[in-house]
Design a protein around this ligand. Structure first.
Ligand SMILES: NC(=O)c1ccc[n+]([C@@H]2O[C@H](COP(=O)([O-])OP(=O)(O)OC[C@H]3O[C@@H](n4cnc5c(N)ncnc54)[C@H](O)[C@@H]3O)[C@@H](O)[C@H]2O)c1
Length: 280
């Protein structure tokens, strides 16, 4: 790994830290959890992780075939629903379908998102709308409807959104994406306060470079800007302390913890899960 531009390192980089095995904890056993973006890297790993812990999971995504395949590969109570986060009617229908199958939800993972790269002074109105519809409005509408259902059924639930280190630090080449994640972090804080009287816990995680299709997309976009091949860029999008990509399952374990009763004193937080790159 080369030295990041603008920083002088006095020590050579250490060897990559291995991914550790962790037995499934059982901390979400029996819970009924909806996961959006469940055909993607982090969402799918989260569904697998929660199902292995004994949770009953509904996997939602706009890509029907991919989310059905993801659900079919899970042993245990797991099924797929179509959900387009850009369309409120689709969100409501997906939540109804999930509850018809699982019963009242007591967990939600807002994981779906899109990223668009553009010059920070050339981001089009249409791209701002597209990103915010999915990453923020869709996450809000899903949270709102699931929270209302939790309140109606008296579930002591939890909502975990997947934000990003970009929501804290901001990425120059994805301004609208970064802003959508900053807004998601703020929404987390406000919903946490609003839902505390109902014993619903709300947090978000802020991953760094996770080995998924989205990061491959980032490598293509950065490669174009820097005149480099994506396969040369991708290996550089790593955590400085882990000296490797974060694996989707590692984010999934953090999400599982935040969904569980073990995290009841952690509220309204944006937990950095980026291998140490963001200092807060
Ligand atoms: N990969 C990274 O390096 C990274 C870093 C920080 C944060 N994140 C966040 O992690 C989350 C998961 O990303 P990932 O890395 O698994 O990416 P991914 O592209 O593999 O998964 C995203 C999923 O969201 C789905 N989706 C997109 N638009 C949708 C819509 N309108 N309705 C429903 N589903 C839709 C996609 O079909 C896809 O399955 C995202 O919120 C992303 O912003 C990722």
């Amino acid at each position: 790994m080369g030295h990041p531009i603008g920083q002088f390192l006095t020590r050579p980089p250490h060897a990559p830290l291995p991914v550790r095995d962790a037995p499934a904890s059982g901390r979400t056993r029996g819970r009924r959890i909806l996961i959006t973006g469940a055909a993607g890297g982090v969402g799918r790993a989260t569904a697998v992780q929660l199902a292995a812990e004994g949770a009953n999971v509904a996997l939602a995504d706009v890509r029907v075939d991919a989310v059905e395949a993801a659900a079919a590969a899970i042993a245990g109570e797991a099924f797929a629903v179509h959900m387009d986060l850009a369309e409120p009617a689709s969100i409501a229908a997906a939540i109804n379908a999930a509850e018809a199958k699982l019963g009242p939800l007591d967990g939600l993972v807002n994981c779906a998102a899109i990223v668009i790269h553009a010059d920070p002074l050339e981001t089009s109105w249409a791209d701002w709308e597209k990103i915010f519809r999915v990453n923020l409005f869709g996450a809000y509408e899903t949270s709102r409807l699931v929270a209302r259902s939790m309140i109606a059924s008296g579930s002591r639930g939890a909502i975990v959104s997947v934000a990003s280190e970009a929501g804290k630090k901001g990425h120059v080449e994805s301004l609208a994406y970064s802003a959508s994640k900053a807004a998601l972090i703020n929404m987390t804080r406000v919903l946490s306060a609003a839902l505390a009287p109902h014993d619903i816990n709300v947090n978000c995680v802020c991953p760094g470079g996770v080995a998924s299709d989205m990061l491959r997309e980032v490598a293509v976009a950065y490669g174009k800007l820097a005149g480099k091949a994506p396969e040369d860029v991708f290996p550089q999008l790593v955590s400085s302390q882990l000296v490797r990509h974060i694996e989707p399952v590692e984010v999934a374990r953090t999400i599982s913890f935040l969904l569980s009763d073990d995290a009841i004193i952690i509220r309204g937080q944006a937990v950095s899960a980026d291998g140490g790159d963001t200092p807060y």
